[in-house]
Design a protein around this ligand. Structure first.
Ligand code: BDP
Length: 662
C-alpha cells in the first residue's frame, strides 16, 4: 500500500483508459515504455497513440493524420475520434505522453472532431529549493512546508526501491500537468551541493534516470564560485581563460553522464551568493561564461534576476528595493547569449501576496525571459492556510504592459524562455503538506502549458481528477474552499499592496514592523498621518517610471492607481478615499474582519463534509483550518490594533463588530 496520497491521479481516474484496448505506435525508448506501462495493449484497439511517421499501421491513425495540421510541434498533440476509436497523434513521444494525460482530463472529441494542443513555451520548469541534508534549525527544504526532500537524504540521492518508486510517481504527477524540467537543488548552493556538478554527479544521474521516462529533464543549481571551490583555481573571473576551460571541461563531463541534461540555474550576486561582481564583471559576462560551456550540448542557463543591493537610506528617496532588478538588468539587454534565460520573479520585490507585475518582464525585448512564481507558500500561509495561487498568477500572465489596446501580455513578453516555479512539494504524505495545496502545483503546470486558461476551469479539473466519484457536495466544497482563498488571505494580511508585515526570518504570521527598519526595508512607511510607499516619479522613488505607458501614468497618480496596489505606489492619508468609496483606514478594518470571517466560514463548510470525505485528507485539512483561523485572527487583531493606534481613527463599525464578536 502507498504511504502517500495519489493526489490528482488516483486509480479511479485511470479506470476508463485502462479498460480500453490500446495500441502504441512509437519509436521506443523510456517514454514509449511509460506509455506501454500505463495502458493495456490489446488486439482490435479502440485507443491508438501514434507518432505521425508510424501512422500508416492503423486506419484510424491514418485518418487522424489527414485531419491534423502538418506539424504539431515537439510536444504538441491532436486527439481525434473515428467511430469507436480514439487517436492521439504527435510528432514525438513527449506529445503522446501529454495526449495521454489529456484523455484523463477530458472526454475525447465527438466522432469526426479534433482537439489540438501545443504548449505556450518549451520550458516549464520546477525549482526545488532542496538541500542535501537536514539543517537542525531550518529543516531540509528552504522555504519548504511539505516535509523533507523527495530527492536527497543525508547528503545522498535517495535510491531505495520505495524512494525510486515515489520519484517515479512524482514524475507522473509532474508530467500529467505539463512540467518538463526540474532543478534538483537549492539556488542557495551550500558546499556539499556544489559537488553535485563534479564528483557527486552520480547522484544527479540517479534522479535524471528516474524522471526521464516522464519527459522531464534535470537542471542543476550551481555555485558561481565552482571553479575555486571544486577546481582549485584561484579565481572564478568569467574572463579568465582557465575559468572558461574549467566550465567547458566540467560541462562536457556532465553531458557524458546525462546526455539530456537541461542546464544550470544560477543565483549570483544575490543574498550572499558569489557572482561576477566580485571580479568587476557584470551579469551578462557572468551568464555568458556558463552559456558558452552549455551551448554545444544544447543546454541553457537560467540566470536569476533576483538581485538587490538597494539598501534603504532615509536621506535618499531614490533607494528602493523594488527598482533593483530593472536598474541592474535593463542596461544589459542585447548582451546575453542566446541560451541564457533571465529568470525574473513575477513581482519586483519578493513573492508577496500582492505586488504589481515586475516591469523588467516588459523591458528586455532582446533577452529570453522566464517568469518565476512561487508555488511554495512562503508568504502566503506556508501550506497551513488555504491559498489557491492560480488567480494571482493568471492576473500576472494576462497583464498587458502596453495597455488594453495592445494585445501583448506578460505571458507573451516575459515568458519567451519559459516558466519557473519554486516547488511546494516534499516527502509529506500529501506531497505538499496541505492536501489542498496540491492544486497550486497542478495549476502551475497547466498555466505554464497554457497561460490563457481560466484558473477556475483548472480548479474544476483538479477537483474532478482528485475526487473521482465523490458526492457533489464534496466537490463544490473543495472548489469553494480554494476558489477565493487568495483574496481571503490578502484581506486578513497586509493591506492594499504594502506587503512584508510578516515575522522576520520564517515569514509566518504578522509582525507589522518586523522588517520595517532592516537594511532593505522600509515596506509600509506607516506614520501618524498615513501609510504606503511613495514610488511615484515626481515625489517618490521613481519606480513607477519603470513601466511603459499607460501604466507609468496610471500608477503615478493615486486617482488612477488600482486600489489593490495603492499603498505599493503611494503614501496616502488614512482618510484617503479609495475607488471603492471606503477610506483607507476603514478598508483596513473591514477587510481584516471580512477575511477572518471568510476563513471561519470555510472551516465550517469543511466540517460539514466530514462524513462524505472520510480519512486523512479530511482530517489533515480540518486541522490546518484550525491553524488558519487562529492565525487569521492574530493578523486581524494585530493589524487593526496597529493602525488604530497609529491613526487614532476609530473603526466606524467597531461597536457592531464587538456585538457579534468579530
Ligand atoms: C526569498 C526567500 C529565500 C530565497 C530567495 C530567493 O526568502 O529563502 O533564497 O527568495 O529567491 O523569497 O533566492
Amino acid at each position: 500500500m502507498n504511504t502517500y496520497d495519489p493526489a490528482w491521479l488516483p486509480d479511479e481516474a485511470w479506470h476508463a483508459l485502462r479498460g480500453r484496448r490500446a495500441l502504441v505506435l512509437a519509436d521506443g525508448g523510456p517514454i514509449a515504455d511509460t506509455l506501454g506501462g500505463e495502458l493495456h495493449e490489446g488486439s482490435d484497439p479502440d485507443l491508438v497513440l501514434a507518432l505521425r511517421h508510424h501512422a500508416d499501421t492503423s486506419d484510424a491513425a491514418r485518418a487522424a493524420v489527414r485531419r491534423a495540421p502538418a506539424d504539431l510541434g515537439p510536444e504538441g498533440y491532436a486527439v481525434t475520434t473515428h467511430g469507436h476509436t480514439t487517436v492521439v497523434l504527435a510528432e514525438s513521444e513527449h506529445g503522446l505522453l501529454y495526449g495521454l494525460f489529456d484523455l484523463l482530463r477530458a472526454d475525447p472529441p465527438a466522432d469526426g472532431g479534433i482537439r489540438l494542443e501545443r504548449p505556450h513555451t518549451a520550458l516549464r520548469k520546477l525549482d526545488h529549493w532542496d538541500n542535501l541534508s537536514v539543517h537542525p534549525r531550518m529543516g531540509q527544504v528552504e522555504r519548504g512546508y511539505a516535509g523533507g526532500s523527495l530527492f536527497w537524504d543525508d547528503g545522498r540521492a535517495r535510491n531505495t526501491p520505495e524512494e525510486l518508486r515515489r520519484l517515479h510517481d512524482y514524475g507522473r504527477l509532474l508530467a500529467s500537468c505539463g512540467i518538463n524540467a526540474i532543478t534538483v537543488n537549492n539556488v542557495n548552493v551550500h558546499e556539499d551541493a556544489a559537488h553535485l556538478l563534479t564528483d557527486r554527479l552520480d547522484d544527479v544521474v540517479t534522479i535524471a534516470d528516474a524522471l526521464r521516462p516522464w519527459g522531464i529533464r534535470v537542471h542543476l543549481s550551481v555555485s558561481y564560485a565552482a571553479p575555486v571551490l571544486l577546481g582549485g583555481l584561484p579565481t572564478a573571473d568569467p574572463l579568465a581563460p582557465d575559468v572558461r576551460a574549467w566550465w567547458q571541461r566540467t560541462t562536457e563531463a556532465v553531458y557524458e553522464a546525462i546526455d539530456d541534461f537541461g542546464g544550470y540555474t544560477v543565483k549570483a550576486d544575490s543574498e550572499g551568493q558569489p557572482g561576477p561582481h566580485s571580479y568587476g564583471r557584470d551579469h551578462a559576462q557572468g551568464a555568458n561564461l556558463l552559456a558558452a560551456a552549455l551551448a554545444p550540448h544544447g543546454g541553457v542557463v537560467h540566470w536569476r534576476a533576483f538581485v538587490y543591493d538597494h539598501r534603504q537610506d532615509w536621506r535618499d528617496r531614490s533607494t528602493d528595493r523594488a527598482r533593483a532588478a530593472y536598474d541592474e538588468f535593463t542596461p544589459l539587454d542585447e548582451q546575453f547569449d542566446a541560451n541564457v534565460i533571465l529568470q525574473v520573479k513575477h513581482g519586483p520585490i519578493d513573492f508577496q501576496p500582492r505586488e504589481p507585475v515586475s516591469p523588467l518582464l516588459a523591458a528586455m525585448p532582446r533577452t529570453r525571459l522566464a517568469i518565476e512564481v512561487q508555488a511554495t507558500q512562503e508568504y502566503t500561509g506556508q501550506q497551513q492556510h488555504v491559498c489557491y495561487l492560480a488567480p494571482m498568477w493568471s492576473e500576472v500572465l494576462g497583464f498587458r504592459p502596453y495597455g488594453e489596446d495592445d494585445a501583448r501580455t506578460i505571458a507573451d513578453l516575459g515568458a519567451s524562455g519559459g516558466f519557473a516555479a519554486v516547488a511546494n512539494t516534499g516527502n509529506s504524505p500529501f506531497w505538499c503538506g496541505h492536501p489542498l495545496a496540491q492544486a497550486n502545483l497542478y495549476a502551475y503546470g497547466r498555466l505554464a502549458w497554457n497561460p490563457a486558461l481560466d484558473p477556475d476551469t483548472v480548479l474544476a479539473e483538479w477537483t474532478h481528477l482528485t475526487h473521482p466519484g465523490a458526492p457533489d457536495l464534496v466537490r463544490t466544497t473543495v472548489r469553494s474552499a480554494l476558489e477565493g482563498s487568495w483574496r481571503t488571505y490578502e484581506k486578513y494580511t497586509a493591506p492594499l499592496g504594502v506587503g512584508f508585515m510578516v515575522r522576520p526570518h520564517h515569514h509566518y504570521g504578522p509582525d507589522v514592523d518586523g522588517y520595517e527598519y532592516t537594511p532593505w526595508g522600509t515596506y509600509h512607511h506607516a506614520d501618524r498621518d498615513g501609510v504606503g510607499v511613495d514610488r511615484t516619479t515626481v515625489t517618490g522613488t521613481g519606480y513607477s517610471g519603470q513601466y511603459p505607458e499607460p501604466w507609468s501614468d496610471l500608477y503615478d497618480s493615486p486617482g488612477t492607481c488600482p486600489d489593490e496596489l495603492l499603498l505599493f505606489f503611494h503614501h496616502v492619508p488614512y482618510t484617503h478615499r479609495l475607488h471603492s468609496g471606503r477610506t483607507v483606514i476603514q478598508h483596513i478594518y473591514d477587510t481584516h474582519a471580512e477575511g477572518c470571517a471568510e476563513a471561519e466560514e470555510a472551516r465550517r463548510r469543511w466540517q460539514r463534509i466530514a462524513h462524505l470525505l472520510p480519512g486523512e485528507r479530511h482530517r489533515e485539512t480540518a486541522s490546518r483550518y484550525e491553524e488558519q483561523v487562529r492565525c487569521a485572527r492574530e493578523w486581524r487583531d494585530q493589524i487593526n490594533a496597529y493602525f488604530h493606534r497609529k491613526s487614532g481613527i476609530p473603526d466606524e463599525r467597531g461597536a457592531e463588530r464587538r456585538e457579534c464578536g468579530t
